[in-house]
Design a protein around this ligand. Structure first.
Ligand SMILES: Cc1ncc(COP(=O)(O)O)c(C=O)c1O
Length: 446
């Protein structure tokens, strides 16, 4: 066939296209397949997939099943049924033992029968349910904040808030052990992101002294109670630093609510500080409040801004009334029954003290709600977790990259209903198993 396309002949056009494709050979299905192979776009070669394989290999090497996605056949609180076996459970952050409380269940049933199981649209377009505002105002009250906005997840609350509040001219500086939701939010915000070593506020101060002036807004982010380590920052000092450098301070107190302070209000109560001095409180409904969702409590203006622009709020479905009802009732119960918080703290301290007495390494944990037993070696930690499970004790092995290299640990979430004997027996079993494993040669991955 002869002819012309514009001023190029068919042959010239084909040669030009080949040149643009970087080949003078005509493209055939076989050559396209070969090119695809040379780029290796298969999921199997994805670096993240390789990470999964590495972890699977670790378990296989030790002849163990994967510790992930274990099937629970019952409500997972301080006890559970894992793959048919009754266990004492230390993997649930139902700190106050409220999951399944009949008063919460009946609030949920009532919300479901009134509003159904979905609000079927973003709150902006599909409207409010009174329970949304009741929950938000109760949370605002906890932090002496002017207002609060609830999102469908804690992770989404953090990502959306950071991406809305911060921009490319700004700096987000956070603790090196901060939760992933802050890292992802900072990436989406397009701000400069810096980290300071865990709880090292001297380093934070030095960093800001050098760099503050280069940025418009600065947001400092830390957690009230770190989820992997069970420790927290010196909030008074963080407040002084943020005031000195004209920065905002956000505290992710996802784990602090229900655990810290005499009545469980969080890290500010634990350290006897005015919560209104913190610019943004980030929290989740999924832990002590036994529901699903997250929130930001702040000034009325900041909340208005987030409700107008935060993508995870504006362009996402509103929280189901059932979730709001569960969280609101749980918060009411936390406030009305402070003995739950006291009991949680007492049982946590018992675990912490008993573990230390048994020679176990609890890291820097404050001994409140979250207690890691540092083991260091990933393979040994997997074996340890499996042997404990066989004895009816379920604790989660936390391995890198979730924690730093050589930072493998068994993490224990303490729940208020854990009994003295459940705690004492778990600690004794860990100590025995560690001693046993010390004398066993374990295959180590090369
Ligand atoms: C410290 C911290 N922040 C935020 C989140 C996210 O909360 P959610 O599970 O409600 O999405 C978590 C969840 O584990 C967390 O541990």
């Amino acid at each position: 066939m002869s002819g012309a396309t514009g001023r190029l002949t068919d042959g010239a056009l084909s040669a030009l296209l080949d040149q643009m494709r970087g080949t003078s050979e005509p493209s055939t299905p076989a050559s396209l397949a070969a090119r695809k192979l040379s780029h290796d776009v298969g999921i199997a070669s994805h670096p993240l997939y390789r990470q999964i394989e590495l972890q699977k290999n670790l378990a296989t090497l030790a002849g163990l099943p994967s510790p992930y996605y274990r099937r629970h056949d019952a409500r997972a609180g301080h006890v559970s049924v894992v793959e048919g076996k009754q266990v004492v459970n230390f993997t649930s952050y139902d700190y106050l033992g409220l999951n399944g409380d009949p008063r919460i269940l009946s609030a949920v049933v009532q919300a479901a029968s009134e509003f159904g199981t979905s609000v079927s649209g973003s709150r902006i377009t599909s409207g409010e349910r009174q329970i949304h505002r009741e929950l938000e105002l109760a949370l605002a009250k906890n932090y002496a904040a002017e207002d609060c906005v609830a999102f469908v997840s804690g992770h989404a609350a953090a990502v959306s808030a950071l991406a809305t509040l911060m921009g490319p001219k700004d700096l987000i500086v956070h603790d090196a052990f901060i939760h992933n939701c802050i890292v992802v939010g900072a990436q989406l915000a397009g701000s400069t992101r810096r980290l300071f070593p865990h709880n090292d506020l001297d380093a934070l101060e030095t960093l800001l002294a050098v760099d503050r002036e280069r940025f418009q807004r600065v947001l400092i982010v830390s957690e009230g109670l770190f989820s992997m380590d069970g420790d927290g920052p010196d909030l008074e000092r963080l407040l002084a630093i943020k005031e000195r450098f004209a920065a905002w301070l956000m505290i992710d107190d996802a784990h602090g609510l229900g655990i810290l302070g005499e009545t469980g209000r969080g890290i500010f109560e634990h350290q006897h500080l005015d919560p209104a001095r913190v610019d943004f409180w980030l929290g989740t409904l999924s832990k002590s409040l036994v529901s699903c969702g997250g929130y930001i409590a702040s000034s009325a203006m900041a909340v208005e801004l987030l409700k107008s622009f935060a993508p995870g709020f504006v362009y996402s479905v509103g929280m189901p009334a059932t979730n709001a009802a569960a969280a609101k009732t749980a918060l009411d119960l936390m406030n009305r029954e402070p003995e739950r918080v006291a009991r949680l703290q007492q049982q946590s301290r018992r675990f912490h003290k008993t573990a230390k007495r048994a020679g176990l390494d609890v890291g820097d944990s404050w001994g409140l709600g979250i207690i890691p037993l540092m083991t260091g070696d990933s393979l040994a930690t997997l074996v340890l977790a499996e042997r404990l499970l066989a004895r009816g004790i379920n604790a989660f092995p936390v391995l890198p990259p979730g924690v730093p290299e050589s930072g493998a640990r068994l993490r224990f979430f303490i729940n208020a209903p854990h009994s003295d004997s459940q705690i004492d027996e778990a600690v004794a079993a860990v100590a025995e198993e560690i001693e046993y494993l010390r004398h066993q040669p374990l295959a180590s991955p090369s």
